[in-house]
Ligand binder design. Sequence first.
Ligand SMILES: *[C@@H]1O[C@H](CO)[C@@H](O)[C@H](O)[C@H]1NC(C)=O
Ligand SMILES: *[C@@H]1O[C@H](CO)[C@@H](O)[C@H](O)[C@H]1NC(C)=O
Ligand SMILES: *[C@@H]1O[C@H](CO)[C@@H](O)[C@H](O)[C@H]1NC(C)=O
Ligand SMILES: *[C@@H]1O[C@H](CO)[C@@H](O)[C@H](O)[C@H]1NC(C)=O
Ligand SMILES: *[C@@H]1O[C@H](CO)[C@@H](O)[C@H](O)[C@H]1NC(C)=O
Length: 275
Amino acid sequence: MTFFVTVHVLFLVILIFVQDVLCLRNVRLTIEPNIVQRGSNSTLHCSYDLENDDVLYSVKWYRGRYEFYRYIPSELPIIKTFPFKGINVDEKNSNSTQVLLKDIDFKISGNFSCEVTTDAPFSTGYDRRTMVVVQLPENPPTISVEGEPLDYGDTLRANCSCPPSKPQASLMLLLNNLTVAKIQPSFPNKHENPLWSDLPLAMTLAEEHFNGGRLILRCVAEIGEIYREEAVLKLGSVRDPVPERVSAYSVGTFCENSRALLQIITLISIMSMFS
Ligand SMILES: *[C@@H]1O[C@H](CO)[C@@H](O)[C@H](O)[C@H]1NC(C)=O
Ligand SMILES: *[C@@H]1O[C@H](CO)[C@@H](O)[C@H](O)[C@H]1NC(C)=O
Ligand SMILES: *[C@@H]1O[C@H](CO)[C@@H](O)[C@H](O)[C@H]1NC(C)=O
Ligand SMILES: *[C@@H]1O[C@H](CO)[C@@H](O)[C@H](O)[C@H]1NC(C)=O
Ligand SMILES: *[C@@H]1O[C@H](CO)[C@@H](O)[C@H](O)[C@H]1NC(C)=O
């Protein structure tokens, strides 16, 4: 009885020992950045500790199950790259511990892994991380409005739109801090190309919507945790104690600027009519 238990324990110890030897520990892959703007670069770093007598045999890099880069110091050439659509390895900046990918394309979003193998004694280990390729909007969102100046009972019609991105931006319209509309595109979006985000609004205004007579419309565009921009517009209000139409502040609101320009042009043409 005790003999069998001893054998069992011994077997377990051997098993653990063998695993220890066969499994190279501390292989760690980091992707910097791991959320990548399309067309930019990312460095994949594979760190590993070689024990005293370990000799590095190979470091192999995979996208999914496809090998795209191999480092074997005992072979010539030491570095081999294998073509994969969308993966551009910058060999000058790649070596036994890192690979620089440049001009990154949407297609390569997915799992990357590095696999390290040592010779005499043989052991191997690997690690995996995910890379997500995105395209952020080139400009902040813009707001356009119809029907100003607005009064109690009027319908406020507005649109907020955000330039193409992938994944599509979520949009939220707030009137005096009250959320009045929002849209949350499905994430991740299945479309091939970056898409515009648009959020229309049509609402009947009641007295309670006017904050001391003022109407401030804000549009917030967000993509996950990586992007947040907003546009702010002070709307023309009949109830406004300070009625001149000036924006509170804005972040690249093109529509607002073109509106202001239009007002100036109108003013100039009216003035020239009287001169
Ligand atoms: C990407 O890396 C290349 C070198 O391979 C460099 O010339 C280029 O400036 C880098 N691009 C960015 C956006 O960092
Ligand atoms: C690999 O290249 C990077 C950048 O060129 C460098 O910082 C790093 O020390 C290199 N690693 C090895 C093991 O040569
Ligand atoms: C990446 O790996 C995870 C974990 O194994 C898996 O669930 C996921 O489907 C993989 N993604 C791709 C694109 O293969
Ligand atoms: C909002 O967008 C819709 C559809 O694109 C358009 O018909 C409408 O005139 C726009 N309204 C404003 C205020 O820009
Ligand atoms: C809107 O909300 C922010 C914070 O949530 C607050 O600081 C601000 O005073 C509010 N503005 C108005 C007009 O209620």
